[in-house]
Design a protein around this ligand. Sequence first.
Ligand code: ADP
Ligand code: ZN
Length: 659
Amino acid sequence: MSEHEPPLPESAEPARVAAQVSSADWEGRARELFGIPSLRPWQRAAVEALLCGPGRVLAVAPTGGGKSLCYQFPATELGGTTVVISPLIALMEDQVRALTARGIAATFLASTLDFAELRAREHALGSGGVRLLYVAPERLASERLVSIIERIRPPLLAVDEAHCISQWGHDFRPEYLRIGETLERLRPPRVIACTATATPAVRAEILERLRLGSGTAVLVHGFARPNLHLAAVEVDGSGRRRTLVASELKTALGTPDRPKGAAIVYAATRRAAEELNRFVSEHGWQSAAYHAGIDPETRADVGARFAARELDVVVATNAFGMGIDRPDIRAVIHAHAPGSIEAYYQEVGRAGRDGEPAKGLLLSSLADIGVRRRLIERGTDGEPADPAQVERQWRLFRELLSYVEAGSCRHDFILRYFGDEQEMLGGCGHCDICLRLGGAADEPGARAVCPGDVEVVRKALSGVARNRGRAGLHAVAEMLIGHGSERLSRMGLDLTSTFGILEGRSKDWTLSLLRRLISAGLVDVTASEYPVPYLTTRGHAVMTGAEPVRVLVPEAARPRPRSRSERSSSPVSASPSSSAPKTAQPVDTDLFDRLRAVRLAIARERGISAFIVATDRTLREMAATRPTTMSALAQLHGMGPSRLAAHGERFLAVLLAEK
Ligand code: ADP
Ligand code: ZN
């Protein structure tokens, strides 16, 4: 698929009715046909864009937000047969049933139908009486079907779950790639793509692969859940995890004899779900475990008892979710980090459906990172996972880790992630970060942004501005802390006024500050092979003081007691061996030796060469920068995701023991 092909022609024929009717008429007919009180403003915008606008729409709204109406209603207005591409047969059946019940002629073609039924349905299409035809994407491989669709000349083509076309999304389906070609051939005058999850990158990919063109109306709405009180806490062991689960249940539900509503606790594995369920039950809650390893009857029973309010808590893996519509869920607690922000938001979004305040608490620990990596690599159905898929899922998980690490409003973080910027609040006022920024007195660790921190944020932003698109994050961090190197002087960064402006901070700390500025939307990075940071418009406003600083700076690492070797011998510079570039920071040779010993042990255990475990350069950087989190470790030269997942914890154990 070349990028240079022209987009499909915009509305080749005018909509049959658009000229005569105003949106007030649509409103009335939509209400009548679908039994809704009124069209939501963005639904109206979508309908309008299809019926008399550019004829191209990308609608992004959460599940249940009302996306299907955006093509079902225009289909009834346009006449002819609108074609809907939808990946789930069960969903197609549901929609066809619901439409038929409303007196709208609809049908679907899928491999579950027998031959005679398929032929009969295809035949019925010829009469033109069917308003909506649902097809599964894999059916587009059938030349017969595509030529039938070509003949019926659909006035509108809808692509549901459009994120499945994105190789960078969380749910890529190869058969979706065929849709682009099909559109090219059919050239329908109107196209709408719908999805519940599409980050800006995924949206761009959908637009490109469906060749929707730049005039497409992109409508992103409904992600804000201001009644959710979000918080994320990094824990260092299962004891702390349990304590927090217990105290959160108590805060959210009160006492087990008179609970106010319900809670869901999500765990990463079946075993963890079972264990936590025992723990929660011991605290007196009516609780049950739910995961795919439990027989279907028991699972259905748990679902029914939860719905009937006989259970207060379900401790589950992500298998629990479909069809939960208890409005009084007061807390969704993740005992372990979930796989992506999409997954997290879908799960936490089950809390507070009644609009009353509800808590979303996400606990994570270093061990979760290894667990997630194993889950990702295990693949599905016993098949080994496709490496490209592993890479994608790992990337999505790293985004989730950046949510955990964020130093700015969690609510706004999520809206920015989904691109629903219109609903951003500039601080929700009640997530854990906003509470700390606002210094709410009853919040443990409460602190307003102190003037020193404000200064630090502004200094870091001005460093990014002075970089003027020259260097990557590592070099900018080195420039900020004033670590001169050949690399910096080559780019002239040692001569900027911001060189050394954050002197005294570690590179690791500075990188984590820069990551917070990125997740707060103040700094962005270019999409080039070597990402270069730059200031966003908001970042510029914050730097100049036009907007307040609403970012927590990372905690400073505790001062480290000097190790024996440091007291006896002065730190030495990196040994100028072979091709390794000089590190400006002093390397603790004692630590370096201990890291090498761990490397050797791992190499022996696994029967692999030491350099496969980690290169000397990686270990030298490790000894110099002393990272203490997995994400900081991930920043080291040569520490890719598979090395990180396989050996990261072993190295961290050594580094943490240093603290
Ligand atoms: P999505 O496709 O985004 O998952 P649906 O289109 O299936 O969501 O809509 C979910 C529910 O919301 C349906 O029961 C639908 O009737 C209802 N709904 C859709 N639009 C509106 C509206 N404007 N007002 C009230 N309810 C609506
Ligand atoms: Zn907030």
